[in-house]
Design a protein around this ligand. Sequence first.
Ligand SMILES: Cc1ncc(COP(=O)(O)O)c(C=O)c1O
Length: 365
Amino acid sequence: MIYLSPPHMSGKELEYVKKAFESNYIAPVGEFVDRFERSIIDYTNVKSAVAVCNATSGLHLALRVLGIKDSKVAVSNFTFIGSVNPILYERNEPIFIDVDKYWHMDVELLEKAIKEDDIKAVILPHIYGQVADIKPILELCRKNGIYLIEDAAESLGAYYKWGIENEKLRVVFSGTIGEIGVYSFNGNKLLTTSSGGVLVSNNEKLVEKAKFLSTQAKEPDFIEYVHKEVGFNYRMSNILAAIGVGQMEVIEERIAKKREIFNWYKEFLDEEFMPELKSTRGTRWLTTLIFKNKNPFKIMKKLRENNIESRPLWNPMHLQPLFKGAKAYLNGRSEELFKKGLCLPSGTRLTKNQVKEICEIIQSS
Ligand SMILES: Cc1ncc(COP(=O)(O)O)c(C=O)c1O
């Protein structure tokens, strides 16, 4: 079976897990939690990070520490439900914003929504390893006093070529631009800890608060378990963080392979691939495309008959039964993407021959 994006260990993970066992820190604290957080800080050049049990809990903490409750939160309608559920955990109302030609939140629609609705925060998902056109969105948020939370669950390692500083190119990673960013280490992501997430921010106080809330909001100055507010049990285990440390050692290798796979697909298929925004480097976590004339659901079935996994593009949020009647600013783009598009196998162990075979099945469908 060829899976969509299976885990790919570096070979170091078991050694680190063994070390974690030997230390007996089989708990949500320990050397590897610290090392994993440090590896994210060093790689993304962010000030502070806290490892949590998944990106969904990270996004929940982001809203909590920013005090976004009983409010309106704008979010792209072309994303995974994990971007949206945390909005509901704090009794907020999601306002869905359709996407632009890069498949990410459309800034003009966002501007319209901000004029009409009292939006307190924006959750901006960067999808399929690529990034949104964040500069105008950031500007709009700053101008209107709105918090920007980056759902970088799918885009760890993607960056913006931000400009030239001191005659050197300044690179800024997705997740480190808004008030808070969140990465996922779920089983199908670029890197995995089986399940896991990391919340990052350049505001150390926000991360400190998120860490406090993620460990049951236990008041640090008391030994006798004193609690003044509601907390959560969202911290990452030291065992899983040990896997994360091993994974972070090969991040650039994995991105290079993902991008190579994307180029193979481009070589073999004459279809419309997800575009890459100018002056950015996406990771091509998943190779995604829309077909000019083919039915993606038929292709998915044909691939499945050949033991090859593929997936539809995101089913737009405004079409979900859960969000019947929710406010949405639409342009038809996300519905079109869902109807015409497909995610192709993108595992980093794929060979060029396998990609060729996959493409031949697609072409003959
Ligand atoms: C865009 C997006 N947001 C949020 C999540 C939630 O991440 P997690 O599974 O780590 O909770 C995912 C994926 O799983 C995702 O793809």
